[in-house]
Design a protein around this ligand. Sequence first.
Ligand code: ZN
Length: 269
Amino acid sequence: MMKTIFSLLLFACLLTGCVLNLVTGRKQLSLINDSELRLMATNEYKTFLSGHKVLSSGTSRDAAMVDRVGARIANSITKYYDSQEKKSVLEGYNWEFNTIDDKKVINAWCMPGGKVVVYTGLLPVTQNETALAIVMGHEIAHAIAKHGNERMSQALVQQLGGMALEVALAQKPQETKDLFMMTYGIGSEVGAMLPWSRQQETEADQYGLIFSAMAGYDPREAIPFWQRMSAAGGESPPEFLSTHPSDETRIRKLKQFMPEALKYYTLRN
Ligand SMILES: [Zn+2]
């Protein structure tokens, strides 16, 4: 089975030519047009928000903090990729940050196009604005490193034989929508989100640290934050932990990435 999947993925890669990611410099399977994916994300984000209790930043200090952190990261990375002449990294991004009032859910995510959600359940684990920036930087890194596109492309190959997204949407609309929901971990009715791959996690950690540092948040807070998150595990691990397994490898890699991230932090401070 695994061998077949691997051959299919390899074939899809050869057929389309994997796309070089401008953020990570890694070649990724990318069968989905980014603008189509952003459109889908925008629609699903709207539907998601209408079904949940969204806090207003005018009346909630938590929501105001999420907005503030989000805006600082978004502005810093926009400036950075502009200066690197890589404007296309954030092409079509129209940032939105929303805080969901649900203390039971320890989670946060970012969909393509900059559609971000933070649940209030995450805040007792982050404990401070810097750790929140670490999580949001990590989730934003998943989005702009196009990990969702990569994962959904793999799923299109495995489950729908490499069908193009527009064909899949036209012929199998429900299955395609379910794939999207599972890719981004929204809508519990379609089952749990698969954990990100180790490679995707490592990239999100590396760039997430840099993004929070660029925004003026001390990246060193990542170590105690991930230790707190692991400790929040226990018998029923929080949603965030089940899709972001935390172990010694993560902490070791974070330490390895720290000197580079600190350069951006020093520049900024
Ligand atoms: Zn992650």
